[in-house]
Every structure is written in C-alpha cells, then in structure tokens.
Write a protein that binds this ligand. Structure first.
Ligand SMILES: Nc1ncnc2c1ncn2[C@@H]1O[C@H](COP(=O)(O)OP(=O)(O)O)[C@@H](O)[C@H]1O
Ligand SMILES: CC(=O)N[C@@H](CCC(=O)OP(=O)(O)O)C(=O)O
Length: 295
C-alpha cells in the first residue's frame, strides 16, 4: 500500500507543472546523437506521448546526423563537418533527405503511435524556406562553402498549426526548400529554434548526448547549470564550445532574443530526462537564459 501511495504522490508532485504547461506549445529537439539506443528512443517517444496526453502540445524536431553519416560511409561518400555543419554535395543531399524522412522520421512517428500517441510526420520541405548558406568560423569569421546547406529565410507554420489544431503531434524533419525548388540540408538545432520562434513556443528543450553544456568536454561532471546569453561569446572564444554545440548554442541565443523564455539542454541518454526536466524542480542539464530574465 505504501508503495502505491508513493506512486500517487509522484503524480501529485507533477500537478503544478501540468497546470502551468497545459495547452502550452513545447518544442523538443531530439538529436541524432541521443538516438543510439533503440530502447531509449522508444522511451523518449513514449514520454512525448505522455506530454500529449496531459494536454501539453509538443512538437518534435528531430536530427539524425549519426544515421546520415552511417549511410554516407556505407556508400563511400566522405563525411565532413565545418563548424558543426555537414558539407552537403549533390549526392549527400539526396541521402540526407532519404535518411531523415524514410528512416528517422518514419521510425519516430511509428514508435509514438505504437505507444498510443497521435503523431504525424511532417517534412521540413513544406515548412522551412531556405537560401544557400556558408559556414562561418565563430572565431575568425572566415566563410566556407558547405554545399547544399540552407539558412532558414521563412517558416510556414500552417502545416504545424493544422496538425496541432487536429490534436496531432508534429514530428518534423530538418529540411528546407529554396524558391528554385532546391532541397537544402538544415541543421536540426537551427530548425528547432526557428520553428519555436515562429510558433511562439513556451519552451524549447534539446535532447543530446551530453549531460549539458560542459565547462570541460573531458569531464562529464563539469555541467554549467545556467548560461546567460551574454556569456556565450566568451565560451566560444575560449573554445569551450565546439563542433555540434556551435550551431546549437548560436541558434538558442537567437531564439531567446526573439522571445523564447528559456532553453534547456539535457541528456537524452538518460531515461525520462524530458519528464524530469518538465515536471520537477531538479534542474537537469543546462538552461540558457537572457541576462534580464529571472533565474
Ligand atoms: N562545451 C561542450 N559541452 C558539451 N558538448 C559539447 C561542448 N562542445 C562541443 N560539444 C559537442 O557537442 C556534441 C552535441 O552536438 P551534436 O553532436 O550536434 O548532437 P545532436 O545530435 O544532439 O545535435 C557533443 O556530443 C559534444 O561532442
Ligand atoms: C547542415 C547539417 O549539418 N545538417 C544536419 C542535419 C541533421 C542534424 O542536425 O542532426 P543532429 O541533430 O543529429 O546533429 C546533418 O546533415 O547532420
């Protein structure tokens, strides 16, 4: 009996958070690096189903960088990243489109629905308008061509809003299309931030393969619990942030500056980390805030 009452206590503890976030739109960026363990992927999608079931309106924007790299290697196509962005040649963009849509998106939607969710896969191609971009070195500002990589010029929120209004959870691929019809590869972190901005999401959470932003990448215990946006340039210059963390943090700053209240970076390799972040006060991972926001 004691054990059963304990379970009910857990539900009651979540009550203020359920009341706070009910009807709120929450963007969950599910990184490819947190998708290595199939059991965890299913558990994460089940957590999203729980959010949906209690009246929070989640939008999943997923990555799939590791799955894309694996497919490129299988086809003997070199894998190259420049400041966190994949060099994307003509062959690569086709593989990116195929892997994101047919492998990653399809699997996430299926897992969500098998667990009682109402998920719908949406290609970013109907949502993200893009123009070809270059990679910019965060320290030297040197620009480098990275092929068919897009910068988001506009977000068509209609397909996402239609899905939400129909009670569905959109699961979105990070792809965009130019006015000429060219498909562009878009970093999923940037896609998640731009969608969160355009849709005025209440919360934006990144699930990745690190416990948070680390002061020392070699030391998993060095998580920085809170980072103010005005501290980020210093972290970049001191090379505390590198690789995949660069587009993530850069786009978080833009999202915060355009009205998103808080961004959270949490460890997608830990079971139920998303629920812990939303329904407890324990503060897992790193939160990124504007200097003026109350902590
Ligand atoms: N200071 C830092 N703290 C944590 N991770 C960092 C840091 N700097 C660079 N990284 C790298 O960023 C990676 C996460 O970004 P990325 O590989 O793009 O993951 P995702 O698939 O979740 O987008 C980590 O695995 C780590 O290698
Ligand atoms: C331009 C660019 O780098 N696009 C990414 C898109 C997928 C992605 O961002 O996946 P993660 O979130 O798993 O890193 C790529 O090709 O890997």
């Amino acid at each position: 009996m004691k054990e059963l009452i304990g379970k009910a206590d857990v539900l009651i503890e979540a009550l203020p958070y359920i009341q706070k976030f009910r009807n709120s739109i929450m963007v969950v960026k599910f990184g490819g690096s947190a998708m290595e363990d199939p059991g965890l992927v299913e558990s994460t999608m089940r957590d999203v189903v729980l959010l949906e079931a209690i009246g929070i309106r989640p939008i999943v924007v997923h990555g799939g960088g590791k799955a894309i790299s694996a497919e490129l290697r299988k086809q003997d196509i070199p894998v190259r990243f420049v400041n966190g962005l994949r060099y994307t040649c003509e062959k690569t963009i086709k593989i990116v489109d195929d892997v994101l849509h047919n492998q990653v998106n399809a699997a996430l939607v299926r897992l969500g629905n098998e667990n009682g969710g109402k998920m719908i896969g949406l290609s970013g191609k109907g949502i993200l308008h893009a123009v070809r971009t270059k990679s910019v070195d965060p320290v030297t500002c040197e620009r480098q061509d990275v092929g068919f990589v897009g910068e988001i010029s506009a977000v068509n929120v209609a397909p996402i809003m239609e899905a939400l209004e129909a009670g569905l959870t959109p699961v979105v691929t990070p792809l965009g299309v130019g006015i000429d019809g060219q498909v562009y590869n878009i970093n999923a972190d940037i896609a998640a931030c731009k969608i969160a901005e355009a849709i005025h999401a209440r919360k934006l959470v990144f699930l990745s393969d690190v416990p948070g932003v680390l002061a020392d990448c070699e030391n998993p215990d060095s998580v920085i619990p809170t980072i103010r946006t005005d501290e980020i340039d210093g972290l970049v210059l001191r090379k505390v942030l590198s690789g995949g963390m660069l587009p993530k943090i850069k786009s978080c700053v833009e999202a915060l500056n355009s009205g998103i209240n808080k961004v959270h970076l949490i460890d997608g390799r830990i079971n139920h980390t998303l629920l812990l972040e939303i329904f407890t006060d324990h503060g897992v991972g790193t939160q990124i805030v504007r200097p003026d926001s109350v902590m």
